[in-house]
Design a protein around this ligand. Sequence first.
Ligand SMILES: *Cc1c(COP(=O)(O)O)cnc(C)c1O
Length: 424
Amino acid sequence: MMTKITREYLQQLDEKDGLAKFRNEFYLNDQVIYLNGNSLGLLSRRAEASLNEVMEMWKQYGIDGWMKGKRPWFYFTDELSELMAPLVGAAPEEVCVTGSTTTNIHQMIATLYQPTKERYKILADELNFPSDIYALKSQLALKGYHEDALVQVQSRDGQTLLTDDIIAQMTDDIALILLPSVLYRSGQVLDMKTLTEEAHRRGIVIGFDLCHSIGSLPHELNAWDVDFAVWCTYKHLNGGPGSIGGLYINEKHHVHAPGLAGWFGSDKNKQFDMEHDFSQAIDAGAYQIGTPHMLSAAPLIGALEMMNEATIDAVRAKSLLMTDLLIELVTEHLVPLGFIITTPLDHHARGGHLYIEHDEAARITKAMKAEGIIPDFRAPKGIRLSPVALYNTFTELYDTVSIIKSIMTEEKYREYKNEREVVA
Ligand SMILES: *Cc1c(COP(=O)(O)O)cnc(C)c1O
């Protein structure tokens, strides 16, 4: 370990921080340290302005807003794909901003899962977010398979996955793989490049759920030759509650008809011919289903412009420095009080948040909220701390750890019950 980290040292880092200017663009409550950007990012003035712009067009033009105004709604998601593409390392034609993570999984599986008699299983993992697994199970059921057609890679420590364990499960009966890029609890980053190579060597289609990596670290989906990916935009991308998600589908797959077709997947020049024969768009837009949810898409213009201006590489560099410092502070001050860190320590395997565990985590989280720190709790005993490069400061990391320390040493957590709330 380095020498002890002081609050003054962190203040100096804040003064030198090239991303500090973006903090002023967010609506922050100065009574609160917000460390939950991995569940819901905060509102920025730019995202608010781009939402207001769509509201204004609606006010002025009514139905004509689809073709009139600064950003006609009919082409709105194309513009979002342009802004999104650099964040996933893909061509804009391979990206579509639409749906939600879960509906996009349904679309991608319905499109790319083409089971045969010999090759019909889907490979996932036992640590993924439940919605992904529900979607996979229901897609298998729709094709007439039972739950045993879903293979879930086991974790050895309950927190992380080994690349070799995943590869060992890529057997001849696997048709498709869906894995998270970053595990939502421990924050482990999977080696997407190697996993994709190994899957392709065995003739398996592979895709990733980027919910916990998009806007937090760079991706090279096209260079890695990943087949498909899905993500949400309300976590590290700050698009607002329920903002529309994204999907990537490698250009080599654009020949496939969408498994779930709808009129917004049409070639835009033919869409209003109102024919009953579907004329599929030639790009990832083909996998949209219905009318874009404009009010949930609108904030993304401002949010993505800001992210691209900051650059994802600068965001990743600051994010790693923040979790490095947090790891040191937690090791020094909280590990002696019974906390353990389960996030991988290696940079290449660490995402944007830190996961710490304590037997009293549910009520420690409640005490933290009462003291003005917003983390999130994941049953049974995890606390996620997510310092966000665009709006958190280094000094906040120091204050967070000091406050948690006082909650423990003064036993303030004992005032609360050790059980989770309905939304945790
Ligand atoms: C946040 C998250 C989801 C949420 O899916 P929605 O369809 O946006 O509700 C799904 N999967 C993972 C891995 C997530 O982190």
